[in-house]
Write a protein that binds this ligand. Sequence first.
Ligand code: GLP
Length: 263
Amino acid sequence: MRVIIEPNYERLSEWAANYVVNKINAANPTPEHPFILGLPTGSSPIGMYKGLIKAYEEGRVSFKNVVTFNMDEYVGLPEDHPESYHSFMRENLFAHIDCPKENIHILNGNAENLLEECARYEQQILAAGGIDLFIGGIGPDGHIAFNEPGSSLSSRTRIKTLTTDTRVANSRFFGGNPDNVPAQALTVGVGTVMSAKEVLILCNGHNKSRALQAAVEGPVTQMWTISSLQLHPHGIIVCDEAACEEIKHGTYRFFKDVERDNL
Ligand code: GLP
């Protein structure tokens, strides 16, 4: 696992945006061989999305031949609700770039048959040839997508019930009341994310420091689903100084040293 430590959120976002731009350009995607990108929601990726929009506007990248799969969506929230992940993605990325509508995939949390919707999503990923780069955030409880503590580390796309922790954390988007946060979500599984060729996790802020510590120094455990990244051959975490509060000084120094020449 690579751990990139940036001084602050702005630099972390810039690093992540550049990384994605370089990956897309290096793949030289075509309609026949598009670049398959897994995308997160939440506050963590907003800075990176701004960087991607800027890169597009400056002509440094095109999303014409990029196919996207989002990580998750709430169950039962209307698609046009301001806090749905459909709305989030439109506002924070898709409305500002040239990614064709038909290339964008987001789980439908209002599907008549939610189980079928999840199976269909896995099929679509498979049919696309798998995900080249899956980008994710982490919840304060170490969840990746909506794979809450206790999720199977080999899970695939399915329905999950959200923990109180997550509903409290996300209540800031729902008028501060955890009861307004949908109780369930559709989410790609830990196994779905880990099947990607590469996984890039964004982790910023003091409230993520316990999750970062568990991800980097702890054992692989279903109680911190992000820890499964330790088993991935190409896992990267890009974090800021504030998120490093709980990792050992030696761990911090080690990653700073090994990454010095890569920056
Ligand atoms: C949400 C999302 C996750 C996200 C996490 C962190 O619950 N389902 O995919 O990584 O919360 O959110 P934030 O980036 O706002 O801290």
